[in-house]
Ligand binder design. Structure first.
Ligand code: XMP
Length: 525
């Protein structure tokens, strides 16, 4: 049976992935496509509903992103949000212009209509999240105003007969108090989606699909130990067992104990019946990195060496039928294949494919899932929590958290310091949660230690030292594109400082990195 779905057409707004997330939370499957996607392709997907997102442009300006009017004549319900709302009214003959007053932030909105449809269950006065310069000054013919605010005469309007709805605010943002209900009303009631998309059915379905596709073929996976490739390995293990070979390249730049942890889960003594190959390539990497201190050069060497090592292993295995990749939905969207708000990260681990690994086809079973959905699948497949809730860790690993030249000795220092730091932050966070019943307000989204390239004088006992400084970093961020330093309690930092200096040979100074992103980056490389 065909999976019912809603299509999000992306006009470049910042919350667009959130829209898809929220729709999925209504148990309705949803995908994002750029506004450049031709209407025939959209039609062929047979969507039950279409959502037009926000975007940074003014729809009445020349060259602004637009869409063919035909979209509104398909008989498929359409919901426009912010820019999408303005565009819908503009295309259908309404008027959009610069608003006399810009609205931004939480705004009281009065609901005037749609109380049996889009705004069913929403109070007459409700708080919504606004962010716009332009406004709909005149609804399109056939449209009726459904909501207004003090500064915005058309906070929502609709042609209910044709099931066309336009909302100036952002229901996908949590500050919109009834946002979830409004989206639910649209996808479940107006579009009539049954709501049979369930994460727990994902694994089962994926296993069946993988079996059908792979048959008795062989699959090769480069396992990094990160969340995505680990969940993929567990899924493939369940689907095809020994037909899967995982190659895990330990480049000697992993966090302390990480290589052994990955081997513990996926290796011969782990709980999966697969072929697991661990390549201990640390020496090889250190040799290549000797004397190199320029960060981009280090990244390049590490990336290239990975391909070489992986190729050598793949050759030993011989012909495989499929190469599995842990691509997830944000990767697809970010690399411009899906939506419009393409933020192409040069450092994303798309280092290219090994040229001469001999395979027929790539399989990417996680390519439609968001990160937290991937995590749910991982837990369901029995992966340990520490693996499933791992922090992001860069592909080039500690190689870029050591400023300047990488040596085995420096890797040891940064591994040990990082281990202590994470242990103390985790301990303090747990204590806070146990005491208050909620997560600590300072809980960082990413925290790690880096080794600076600075040595300075200190005293240890009666001895003069001339040792390295460690920088500890903790950031709070939602999207990892912007970040602020987290306010880790001072006593935690003090404990970290004294433990690192006492326990990590070669380090005599600890600094806390306060830099925001921008102008900094999260990694210290
Ligand atoms: P920056 O340092 O660019 O990092 O502010 C943003 C986020 O991306 C992670 N990061 C990487 N992730 N491969 C990755 O998969 C990489 O090469 C890489 N470099 C940085 C970083 O840890 C942070 O979460």
């Amino acid at each position: 049976m065909e999976q019912e779905k809603v299509i999000v057409i992306d006009f470049g707004g910042q919350y667009n992935q959130l829209v898809a997330r929220r729709v999925r939370e209504c148990q309705v499957y949803c995908e994002i496509y750029s506004y450049r996607t031709p209407i025939d392709e959209i039609k062929a997907m047979n969507p039950k509903g279409i959502i037009l997102t926000g975007g940074p442009n003014s729809c009445y300006e020349e060259g602004a992103p637009t869409y063919t009017k035909e979209l509104f004549e398909l008989g498929i319900p359409v919901l426009g949000l912010c820019y999408g709302a303005q565009l819908m009214n503009h295309i259908l003959g309404g008027k959009v212009e610069k608003a006399p007053v810009r609205e931004y932030g939480k705004t009281e909105t009065i609901i005037d209509g749609g109380k049996d449809s889009l705004f069913a269950g929403v109070e007459d006065s409700t708080i919504v999240w606004m962010s716009h310069f332009d406004y709909i000054s005149q609804p399109a013919p056939g449209f009726e105003i459904l909501a207004h605010t003090a500064d915005c005469p058309v906070a929502a309007d609709a042609n209910e007969e044709k099931k066309l709805y336009a909302i100036q605010f952002h229901p996908e943002v949590l500050h919109t108090v009834r946002g979830k209900e409004i989206l639910f009303n649209f996808v479940r009631n107006i579009c009539g989606c049954a709501g049979d998309w369930r994460m727990d059915s994902f694994a089962e379905k994926a296993v069946e699909e993988i079996r059908a596709k792979v048959g008795d073929g062989k699959v090769l996976l480069a396992l990094s130990g990160g969340v995505d490739s680990s969940v993929l390995a567990a899924l493939l293990a369940k689907a095809i067992g020994k037909q899967l070979t995982c190659v895990f390249v330990d480049h000697g730049l992993l966090r302390k104990n990480e290589g052994d942890e990955v081997e513990g889960v996926f290796g011969a003594n782990g709980s999966f019946d697969i072929n697991f190959v661990r390549v201990n390539a640390a020496e090889r990497y250190y040799a290549k990195l000797a004397g190199v201190s320029e960060p981009e050069r280090k990244r390049k060497i590490i990336g290239e060496e990975f391909i070489r090592v992986f190729e050598e292993e793949a050759k030993k295995i011989g012909k495989v039928d499929f190469l599995a990749q842990g691509t997830i939905y944000p990767d697809v969207v970010e690399s411009g294949l899906g939506g419009e708000s393409a933020v192409i990260k040069s450092h994303h681990n798309v280092g290219g494919l090994p040229d001469y690994v001999d395979f027929k086809e790539i399989i990417e079973p996680l390519r439609n899932l968001f990160k937290d959905e991937v995590r749910k699948v991982g837990l369901e497949l029995g992966l340990p929590e520490y693996l499933v809730f791992r922090q992001p860790f860069p592909g080039p690993g500690l190689g870029i958290r050591i400023i300047g030249e990488v040596t085995a000795e420096k890797v040891r220092m940064v591994q040990d310091a990082d281990y202590i730091y994470r242990e103390e932050v985790d301990k303090a966070a747990k204590a806070y949660k146990d005491e208050h019943g909620v997560e600590a307000p300072w809980m960082p989204n990413q925290y790690f230690a880096a080794l600076t390239n600075m040595r300075s004088v200190g005293v240890m006992g009666d001895e003069r030292t001339y040792d390295y400084a460690v920088a500890v970093r903790a950031v709070r961020t939602i999207d990892f594109m912007t970040a602020e330093a987290a306010e880790i309690p001072f006593e935690v930092l003090q404990t970290v400082m004294s433990r690192i200096i006492n326990e990590v040979r070669g380090v005599n100074r600890v600094m806390y990195d306060l830099t925001s992103k921008p102008p900094g980056t999260i990694e210290l490389e």
